[in-house]
Write a protein that binds this ligand. Sequence first.
Ligand SMILES: CC(C)(COP(=O)(O)OP(=O)(O)OC[C@H]1O[C@@H](n2cnc3c(N)ncnc32)[C@H](O)[C@@H]1OP(=O)(O)O)[C@@H](O)C(=O)NCCC(=O)NCCS
Length: 168
Amino acid sequence: MFMKKHDLVYLTEDASHDAAIEIINEEAFGPGRFARAAARIREQGPHDLTLSFVCADDGETIASVRMTPVLAGSIKGHLLGPLAVRPSHKNRGIGRELVRIAVEAARRKGSECVILVGDPPYYQPLGFEKVAYGALTFPGPVDPNRVLVVPMTEGVHAGLKGDIHWRA
Ligand SMILES: CC(C)(COP(=O)(O)OP(=O)(O)OC[C@H]1O[C@@H](n2cnc3c(N)ncnc32)[C@H](O)[C@@H]1OP(=O)(O)O)[C@@H](O)C(=O)NCCC(=O)NCCS
């Protein structure tokens, strides 16, 4: 009997993944994705390829997470997102693993925090905490209850006050 064997690998993103990532994000978020406040930050400058990852199944890219360097108040951190997994591959722990890999890579690189706008029930078990309500001002409207952070140094919560924007 022949059975298809799933062969998942996690890779650092490079330019060869661009087209597949575009499709994954379009499928997950639709055309409105560019209007989201986090997307406005991502428009300000490039994401960090060394902290961005894909998951491939048998050579096909099926999930992606990107990380963008940001200054959030006085904290030099990284904005996580978009995170998307193709519907065919959901609920196998791939999203969780991509978040784990990205956060660990940022920590190794000396990032002060990983921040995102997302669903607390998904991200809190992965180490994310709520940012003080309304403390950060995004370049567009966000639900303050969905602004989450993994602090990776002392004083992060106190420093997360003011604007958040792309940094070099
Ligand atoms: C959200 C997403 C990235 C999760 O990826 P995934 O690989 O399917 O997730 P995992 O397998 O790691 O985790 C699945 C678990 O998370 C739960 N989950 C998924 N989305 C959730 C959400 N928005 N809120 C709370 N829990 C959620 C699932 O119910 C499942 O729970 P279980 O383990 O108890 O069964 C994926 O569903 C996706 O691409 N969605 C569309 C885009 C999106 O919303 N991205 C996140 C932006 S904040």
